[in-house]
Design a protein around this ligand. Structure first.
Ligand code: NAI
Length: 538
């Protein structure tokens, strides 16, 4: 390897951390400043540079440039400063990064697969230089966070999710592949942006779309046998269809539906430790009847059935509201995936009126509708419940159904509140409330770590239960006391390791793990986690 090779390989580059001996071997002694730095010193410089920037998107660009140049340093900085940097590399800043993608784009990362690649996707995947790939996060940009169809600009999401696989769960970055299936975009303003980098065409027809996805999934399994495919931020209709098609066929999952489901169940379980009630005693009103909330509703129903309730009884605890109002059986043309949750009730559209009618103990928003939890809605929840449980899951922060401050103020500080994006602490009457981040980033990295470590053949519902139980158990009494029903982001790696162990246990119990079972599963999984140490120079 020459100095030029190494400097252009972000997995091999060490920058000022190359030792004198390595510099001699590379013939580059004079090309670097004379001082040899430890990685901790480099991290300090990166942090100083990031902190000197005021706009989060500038911090994002700074870190993204570092990732393109020196991945070990990027991940060491992230791993050692998760709480500070997750909001930059992930939600909420990643939302801005996607909106700005075609303006801030600098260097390629991952694969862009378009209808032009039809018939030769295998070849495209074979050319990917880092092998063997263990996990692919793929999007078609159809529903990026709560921001809608952003087309190829959605590439920030797979890249950000994979940064979390590495940063939070210690998955080896060399095994991660972000993929954008660019099938066009139906958002005219995105297509018409003169700097837009994606295909300038409306989304392709469903039959062509399905054929492209099928070729991609099949090729991925052939080229990277056993690879885990995480479907991310697909539009609603495609997401449910693809999940049904692939969940039992390949090692895959839909994070927005299944990952969010497990996260939501964990948050509810932790909240019930505060309210002292049981799951069967709850009436949950889901505002938004899309991937996220139907994912949570489905796993809640499954949990209630495991607790002994009949299906109908379990479903009677879950009520849904979509853009047309309360989801009721009499509504004509109700989508198939909402039908099991439709109740006999008069149609209602106003959320405050729906809250009064349904009298929920728990209100969960995943609608992408900023401010939908108005003061009247929050005040009703406070009047109906001593400790109203309120989750505003929509991302990024600008799309949250309410802010932490609004939730705590309108409920006199009694809300058990969590949100999809981070919120600063809120002090009311001298009491400070922390807000737990209700985000599937507590689930998917651990699932991925288990899948890769134990070479899982499939990701099953039982694994999601195990993940949810484990996440809920990771919420400490101290977290609860401070108002958090999710662990602190600083503990992400511990949580991911615990989730991975629990998921792997299920994998072994279900005969789905291809890796021989190690004697000490948790220790073995922990020992295999990537820690962002520089590799020896080859
Ligand atoms: P989706 O597009 O599948 O569903 C959105 C739902 O909101 C639909 O049922 C739609 O009818 C409903 N809706 C739209 N306007 C409405 C209105 N005015 N009143 C009531 N309902 C309305 O989207 P998905 O995947 O469910 O995501 C929704 C939001 O949840 C997004 O902002 C996303 O970022 C967030 N999310 C957060 C996660 C987390 O971990 N915190 C995970 C997954 C999604």
């Amino acid at each position: 390897m020459t100095f030029t090779d190494v400097m252009h390989d972000p997995l091999a580059n060490k920058g000022t951390a190359f030792s004198l001996d390595e510099r001699e071997r590379l013939g580059c002694s004079a090309f670097l400043p004379p001082r040899v730095e430890a990685i901790e010193e480099q991290v300090a410089r990166v942090l100083a540079s990031v902190r000197a920037k005021s706009a989060p998107i500038e911090k994002y660009c700074d870190l993204s440039a570092l990732q393109s140049e020196n991945e070990t340093l990027f991940f060491r900085t992230l791993i050692d400063n998760l709480e500070e940097l997750l909001p930059i590399v992930y939600t909420p800043t990643v939302g801005q990064a996607c909106l700005d993608w075609s303006r801030i784009y600098q260097r390629p990362r991952g694969l862009y697969i378009t209808p032009r690649e039809r018939g030769r996707i295998r070849e495209v995947l074979r050319r990917w230089p880092r092998k063997p790939v263990g996990v692919i996060v793929v999007t078609d940009g159809g529903r990026i966070l709560g921001l809608g169809d952003l087309g190829a600009n959605g590439m920030g999401i797979p890249i950000g999710k994979l940064a979390l696989y590495v940063g939070c769960a210690g998955v080896d970055p060399a095994r991660c592949l972000p993929v954008m299936l660019d099938v066009g975009t139906d958002t005219a303003s995105v297509r018409d942006d003169p700097l837009y980098l994606g295909l300038r065409q409306p989304r392709i027809a469903q039959s062509d779309y399905d054929a492209l996805v099928e070729e991609f999934v099949t090729a991925a399994q052939e080229v990277f046998p056993g690879v885990l495919v995480q479907f991310e931020d697909f539009g609603n209709a495609n997401a449910f269809r693809l999940l049904a098609r692939y969940r039992d066929r390949v090692c895959s999952f839909n994070d927005d539906i299944q990952g969010t489901g497990a996260m939501g169940l964990a948050g509810i379980s932790a909240s019930l430790r505060l309210t002292g009630a049981s799951l069967a005693d709850q009436r949950i009103l889901f505002f938004g009847a899309g991937e996220a909330n139907l994912g949570i509703g489905s796993i809640v129903v499954a949990a209630l059935r495991r607790a002994g309730l009949y299906d109908g009884d379990a479903r009677s605890r879950c009520w849904f509201v979509d853009s047309k109002g309360l989801v009721v059986s009499a509504r004509p043309g109700l989508a198939e995936h909402k039908r099991p949750f439709a109740h006999e009730h008069a149609p209602l559209t106003d959320l405050a009126a729906i809250v009064e009618a349904v009298r929920p103990t728990i209100l969960i928003g995943a609608s992408g509708q900023t401010g939908a939890f108005t003061e009247a809605v929050l005040a009703s929840m406070a009047r109906l419940n001593e400790l109203p449980v309120i989750f505003a899951l929509s991302n990024p922060t600008s799309k949250a159904e309410c802010t932490a401050e609004q939730a705590y103020l309108a409920t006199g500080g009694r809300a058990v509140f969590a949100a999809g994006s981070p919120f600063a602490p809120v002090t009311i009457d001298g009491r400070t409330h922390l807000t737990g981040q209700a985000n599937n980033s507590f689930i998917f990295p651990g699932i991925g770590l288990a899948a890769l470590s134990c070479r899982l053949r499939r990701i099953t519902d039982e694994m999601y239960f195990a993940a949810a139980e484990t996440l809920a158990a990771q919420v400490t009494t101290e977290d609860l006391r401070s108002g958090r029903v999710f662990p602190s982001a600083a503990r992400m790696r511990t949580v991911a390791a615990a989730v991975a162990t629990a998921v792997a246990e299920v994998g072994y119990a279900q005969g789905l793990a291809q890796q021989p079972r190690p004697a000490e599963l948790a220790a073995w999984i922990g020992a295999g986690m990537y820690r962002a140490d520089y590799p020896p120079l080859e």
